[in-house]
Write a protein of this length. Structure first.
Length: 106
């Protein structure tokens, strides 16, 4: 599990909505993306400062960003926000994986 800040959760939701409006998802991806959207929405509704998420969910968001930015054109004003979110999520995953490696070594 990894902890995400409320602002990051909101940004993920906004990005999923943006990609949905741009039809960046393929039919076979709707169920997975819908489940992801529901989990992030539930966390946003809780209005906690931090929420725990499975590492796999965060990896799916990173993959979604990488794939969907190739499939659908994104307005220039969204570039920085998407890049910042991608950097933040990648850092969270890397830190979590580093912790898992240290636990395994012990």
């Amino acid at each position: 599990m990894v902890q995400l800040e409320a602002a990051t959760i909101t940004r993920v939701l906004e990005l999923l909505v943006l990609f949905s409006k741009k039809a960046a998802f393929q039919l076979q991806e709707f169920e997975r993306v819908g489940g992801l959207f529901q989990r992030f929405s539930k966390a946003a509704e809780a209005q906690e400062k931090f929420e725990d998420f499975p590492l796999d969910d965060v990896k799916i968001v990173i993959s979604t960003i990488n794939v969907c930015t190739q499939r659908a054109p994104v307005e220039v004003q969204n570039y920085r926000a998407i890049a910042d979110l991608l950097d933040k999520l990648t850092k969270v995953v890397n830190e979590c994986e580093d912790c898992e490696e240290m636990k395994t070594e012990l």
